[in-house]
Design a protein around this ligand. Structure first.
Ligand code: BES
Ligand code: MN
Ligand code: ZN
Length: 504
């Protein structure tokens, strides 16, 4: 197996673009762009750029790419990346341009890239620098580590970001972007691992190593301890597997923490979901190796939170288990008792994520969380509702959900709010226990969220359903097929912004 990601060195420069040295100089270009701030570019390309634009070969439509050699400039070639209309430009476009440029360089076996921030976009240089740094690191990910017959993977090694000005704030922004990109890649790496290599035991070991390296406090509770805590939901799901469950607990306790708030992050860590006795069809079951993407996102986010010294205290809880149909597995109709004491009639053993999260969320409250966010590949229904590019947000109060939504905006993780009206609760009514674990097809993503809500006490809580967004099925110029690392940057941005919501 070869390595899956690599973090390049990233430097800043304010030199004129012709003086920026690289194999590939990446230039975002708008539709109807006069390239006024890049005097001499067309001449340097021997008129190639002008001709390509006149012919309509390159019109600046979103993520069009034109690579052409340049003479008299320090760079060997330039890559124009289409950005669409200037009026629709946003920070996320720039991050994606950096990814597309980085991927284009790697495809051409180039290791030194530079990216130009265009003038007149209205973006503060710090935000631009952070997004570009995130982008180039995200471009340095390879999802096929078990291929033994392909030529070795090429990594970006040296990156220069061309922005206006130089300041300590800019350098910090680059550092922030680099760490956020790297921690996203760590989560992607774990998601990409198949179920036979990333078992719950291995996930817990990897979490311990990653957390320690990032300066977090880490504790891994074993099955005995989980039983002492009476986590009947987590134990119930784990019964069908030969592998015992583990409960990963991470803590970020900064020196001068904001007084009061404790962010509680909870991630679903099902390392493989067969559905259990309510077994899934064979087709696409292999996809269920990424059913720990929520747990990996929480782990990656906590590493970033610690490395970037977020001002708010955080606790993270990641219950990890397999969902298997072994001889001792739970059966439809079985009743489980949660650590909180509430009873659940398990109508479908494939609705296992909400079960383990129920105990996980409860435990985050025991550890002192004041604000909760859980992340899970929870429901196929969420994919039906929002598709493959938007994460579903659920929770209460609206103001807390909105904080998470805004953090996801800054992070470039698209998300959108969904309702959790009490009217849906009757769908979880049980004849025999406090509630069931499934509410049927209608509103399936919402009833999944409502189940978790039962365990949140009265804390502010947001649930992120990443079933659609954790894995990219189609390659895009700015997003290769495979694990996306969704929610890592959202959760980190949320914690980094603790100053603003922590005092609410
Ligand atoms: N891990 C799945 C959800 C999922 C489905 C993730 C598709 C990614 C893609 C989850 O454990 C599950 O099986 N959910 C069931 C719930 C149902 C039984 C109420 C589902 O969505 O079908
Ligand atoms: Mn399932
Ligand atoms: Zn699942």
């Amino acid at each position: 197996m070869h390595t899956v990601h690599s973090t390049p060195s990233i430097g800043l420069t304010s030199r004129p673009s012709p003086d920026v040295d690289s194999d590939l100089l990446v230039i975002p270009v708008f539709e109807d762009d006069d390239l006024g701030d890049l005097a001499g570019l067309d001449e340097a390309s021997g008129g190639d750029i002008g001709r390509a634009r006149a012919r309509g070969e390159f019109r600046g439509k979103a993520f069009d790419v034109l690579v052409t050699p340049v003479r008299g400039w320090k760079a060997t070639r330039v890559a124009l990346i289409g950005m669409g209309p200037r009026g629709e430009f946003a920070l996320d476009q720039l991050r994606r341009a950096a990814i597309a440029g980085g991927l284009a360089a790697r495809q051409r076996r180039m290791t030194r890239v530079a990216i130009v921030q265009r003038s007149g976009t209205g973006l503060p240089s710090e935000r631009a620098a952070q997004a570009m740094a995130e982008g180039v690191v995200l471009a340095n990910f390879d999802a096929a580590p078990y291929k033994t017959t392909e030529p070795p993977v090429v990594w970006l090694e040296e990156v220069a970001l061309r922005v206006d000005g130089e300041s300590p704030a800019l350098a910090r922004a680059v550092d922030r972007g680099r760490v956020l990109g790297e921690c996203s890649n760590l989560a992607r790496e774990l998601c990409n691992e198949p179920g036979n290599s990333l078992t719950p035991r291995v996930f817990a070991d990897r979490a311990r190593a990653m957390a320690t390296a990032a300066g977090l406090k880490v504790e891994v509770l074993d099955e005995t301890r989980i039983a002492e805590l009476r986590m009947g939901l987590l134990l119930g799901v784990a019964r069908g597997s030969q592998e015992p469950p583990w409960l990963i607990v991470l803590r970020h306790e900064p020196d001068r923490a904001i007084d009061g708030p404790v962010l509680g992050l909870v991630g679903k860590g099902v390392t493989f979901d067969t559905g259990g006795i309510s077994i899934k069809p064979a087709e696409n079951m292999d996809k269920m190796k990424d059913d720990m993407a929520g747990g990996a996102a929480v782990l990656g986010a906590m590493a970033a939170i610690s490395r970037l010294r977020a001002p708010v205290r955080c606790v993270a809880v990641i219950p990890t288990t397999e969902n298997m149909p072994g001889g001792r597995a739970i059966k439809p109709g079985d009743i489980l008792t949660s650590a909180e004491g509430k009873t659940v009639e398990v109508l479908n053993t494939d609705a296992e994520g909400r079960l383990i999260l129920g105990d996980g969320v409860w435990y985050a409250r025991q550890l002192g969380a004041t604000h909760l966010v859980d992340v899970a590949t929870l429901t196929g229904a969420c994919v039906v509702a929002l598709g493959k590019t938007t994460t579903g947000l659920f929770g209460r109060p609206d103001s807390w959900v909105e904080q998470v939504r805004r953090a996801s905006d800054r992070a470039g993780d698209r998300s959108w709010p969904m309702p959790v009206f009490d009217d849906y609760k009757e769908l979880l009514k049980s004849e025999i226990a406090d509630f069931t674990n499934t509410g049927g097809r209608a509103g399936g993503a919402i009833t999944g969220a409502l189940f978790i809500k039962e365990f949140t006490g009265d804390l502010p809580w947001t649930h992120m359903d990443i079933a659609g967004t954790a894995w990219a099925e189609d390659a895009k110029p700015y997003q290769p097929k495979g694990p996306t690392g969704v929610a890592v940057r959202t959760l980190a941005e949320l914690a980094l912004d603790g100053d603003s919501w922590g005092k609410l």
